[in-house]
Ligand binder design. Structure first.
Ligand code: TRP
Ligand code: SF4
Length: 336
């Protein structure tokens, strides 16, 4: 049952279209690593319900959208398995077993849980499922015995719970799981178009992978820059400018030059933004082309079905090991 290649598991909550923050934070890494690692991409519909349990009607469209975004970003369905979390029953089984030995305090003190609880106003009263989503995410990662988990920075404390879960399980019952490693992308979190700390759908400050050329142009032209630059030759402060942070993320080679010219007041914000538009369009154009190909009727469904089948096969292998280790393989035990 040894794996031929090391394995990646990562994915997204289907809550709407993916944006450039996702692209910089994790999609780019996935695409880069897909040939080197056997890759499983989870569309985490159950995790979406940890906050959106009262709106399950959005799931079907959002699951399709997230899958299409991943494929458009460059994941190759011939070599990666994209699957739906709730359709892999072994993930639910593992969640229950893991929840027996992960303490409530560990979850309560998790930095990501604390931050997100604050964002959703759950501090005083949160559901069992929300508090426990890192346990369920440990099951997402460990059901295929993944080695590597590429994620955005915010998610590292959650991956830490998976590492602990693997370690603790192995200590308690015998070694079944590798200790999965979190891999943070080189690009720091992307700031929003409004200059807020984070590109986020709920803040309405994103460039989406599916945005048209016209939408990208409008959004970037009205993005916040250094307010001190009223005239074109006023010296600027790139370190506080949204557009400059995008140059650093997506236009690395040119960014030192832009920084210098901004400080000296030899580049105007309009020209600087226009250059940024070009850079983003170069990223989005191939994504748009692929999207058109994957929008063929029935194709997403077929890709999700194939990926989910592969995930279930891997999940049953893992459960055999888990049940053996936990003495819950009752009928196999009696035979031998
Ligand atoms: N929690 C992740 C997010 O909000 C999504 C996710 C669910 C995930 N299961 C995962 C990420 C497993 C990595 C591995 O973006
Ligand atoms: Fe920002 Fe560019 Fe204007 Fe400088 S020139 S403030 S980096 S948009």
């Amino acid at each position: 049952m040894n794996k031929e290649r090391k394995r990646i598991l990562t994915g997204d909550r289907p809550t709407g279209p993916l944006h450039l923050g996702h692209f910089a934070g994790s999609l780019q890494n996935r695409v880069k690593l897909q040939k080197e690692y056997e890759t499983f991409i989870i569309v985490a519909d159950v995790q979406t319900l940890s906050t959106n349990f009262d709106h399950p009607e959005h799931l079907p469209a959002d699951v399709w959208q997230v899958t299409l975004d991943n494929l458009s970003a460059g994941l190759d369905p011939e070599i990666v398995n994209i699957f739906i979390q709730s359709m892999v029953p072994q993930i639910a089984e593992l969640t229950v077993f893991f929840s027996m030995f992960i303490t409530v305090n560990r979850l309560r003190h998790n930095p990501t849980i604390k931050t997100e609880a604050g964002q959703h106003g759950f501090e005083e009263n949160m559901t069992y499922g929300f508090l426990g989503y890192p346990v369920s995410q440990a099951a997402d990662i460990l059901f295929c015995r993944a080695d590597l988990v590429p994620v955005g920075e915010d998610q590292l404390p959650v991956v830490e719970v998976s590492r602990f879960t693997a370690r603790r399980f192995n200590e308690l019952y015998g070694t079944v799981f590798p200790e999965p490693e979190g891999l943070k992308s080189e690009t720091a979190r992307l700031v929003g178009l409004d200059g807020k700390a984070k590109m986020s759908k709920s803040l309405g400050n994103c460039i989406y992978l599916r945005d048209s050329t016209e939408e990208v142009r409008k959004k970037l032209m009205s993005a916040v820059t250094d307010p001190a630059r009223i005239h074109k030759d006023d010296p600027g402060h790139p370190e506080i400018c949204t557009i400059f942070s995008y140059h650093q993320a997506f236009n690395r080679e040119e960014s030192p030059d832009i920084e210098e010219r901004c400080r000296k007041g030899t580049i105007g914000c309009v020209a600087c933004k226009k250059r940024m538009i070009q850079v983003i369009e170069e990223i989005l154009d191939p994504i748009r082309e692929r999207r058109i190909r994957f929008e063929k009727p029935g194709l997403i469904e077929e890709i999700l079905k194939t990926g989910t089948e592969a995930a279930c096969i891997e999940g049953s292998r893992t459960m055999q090991l888990v049940r053996g280790a936990m003495h819950t393989d009752y009928f196999d035990r009696r035979k031998s």
